[in-house]
Design a protein around this ligand. Structure first.
Ligand code: 5GP
Length: 191
C-alpha cells in the first residue's frame, strides 16, 4: 500500500451510495503533509511533461492543487461553481453534474486566465463518473490550451470515469485506485 492508500484505510469511511468519506484528511480537515507527499508523487509521475498551469474545481480540489503547485512552481486556477450565466462572453463555461450532491452546476473560468499557450495539469480530489473532469477538459479545450495531464488523488475504479478519460487519450494518474469498497464491513480494496 502507498502512503495515500494507507491513510484511506486508517481514516476513510465507506458510506452507502458508493461514497468514500475522507473528511478527516482530504476534503474537510486537510492533512498538508499528506498533500505535500501527493505533490511530490505527481511531480515524479509527470516529470517528463511540460506544465505551466494547474486547473482544479472548487471546493475540494483547491487545497490539494495549491500544495501540488508548489512542486511544479506554477499558478493554480480553480473553476468556480456558479448558477448565473450572465457573465457569458468573459467566461468559459461548462456544465458539471455533482456526484455527491446530485445537482448540476455551471462551472466557469475567466477567459483571461487560460490562453492557447497553456499546458495544463488538471488536479482533483476524486474521480467517479468523470463529469467534473470532462467539464474541466472542455474548458481547457475551449481556450485552445492543452491538457498536459490529469492528476487525481482517489479514483473509484468501479465507476466509469477513469475508463472514459483514458479512452479519450488523456494521461491520467491516480494516486489511489479503489477497486471495491463495502459500506457494511468498511472493507476497501485497491487496484
Ligand atoms: P465525478 O464528476 O467524477 O462523478 O465526481 C467527481 C467529484 O465528485 C469530485 O470532485 C468529488 O468532489 C466528488 N466525489 C465523487 N465521488 C466521491 C466520493 O466517494 N467521496 C467524496 N467525498 N467525494 C466524491
Amino acid at each position: 500500500m502507498n502512503f495515500l492508500e494507507k491513510k484511506i484505510v486508517e481514516q476513510g469511511v465507506v458510506e452507502e451510495g458508493n461514497v468514500l468519506k475522507v473528511d478527516r484528511f482530504l476534503n474537510h480537515q486537510m492533512d498538508i503533509k499528506l498533500f505535500n507527499e501527493m505533490g511530490k508523487e505527481f511531480k515524479k509521475r509527470f516529470k517528463d511533461v511540460e506544465i505551466n498551469k494547474i486547473i482544479t474545481i472548487e471546493a475540494s480540489g483547491i487545497g490539494i492543487a495549491c500544495v501540488v503547485a508548489q512542486h511544479f512552481d506554477v499558478p493554480v486556477v480553480f473553476a468556480k461553481k456558479s448558477k448565473s450565466i450572465n457573465i457569458e462572453g468573459e467566461m468559459y463555461i461548462a456544465e458539471v453534474e455533482s456526484f455527491t450532491h446530485k445537482c448540476k452546476n455551471q462551472v466557469i473560468v475567466s477567459k483571461k486566465l487560460i490562453s492557447p499557450d497553456d499546458k495544463v495539469l488538471i488536479i482533483d480530489d476524486f474521480l467517479a463518473n468523470g463529469c467534473a473532469l470532462q467539464g474541466l477538459i472542455s474548458i481547457v479545450n475551449d481556450a485552445g490550451a492543452q491538457v498536459a495531464g490529469i492528476g487525481i488523488a482517489i479514483e473509484k475504479g468501479f465507476q466509469n470515469g477513469g475508463k472514459i478519460i483514458r479512452n479519450l487519450g488523456y494521461r491520467l494518474e491516480s494516486l489511489a485506485i479503489v477497486e471495491s469498497m463495502d459500506a457494511g464491513t468498511g472493507e476497501i480494496v485497491f487496484a
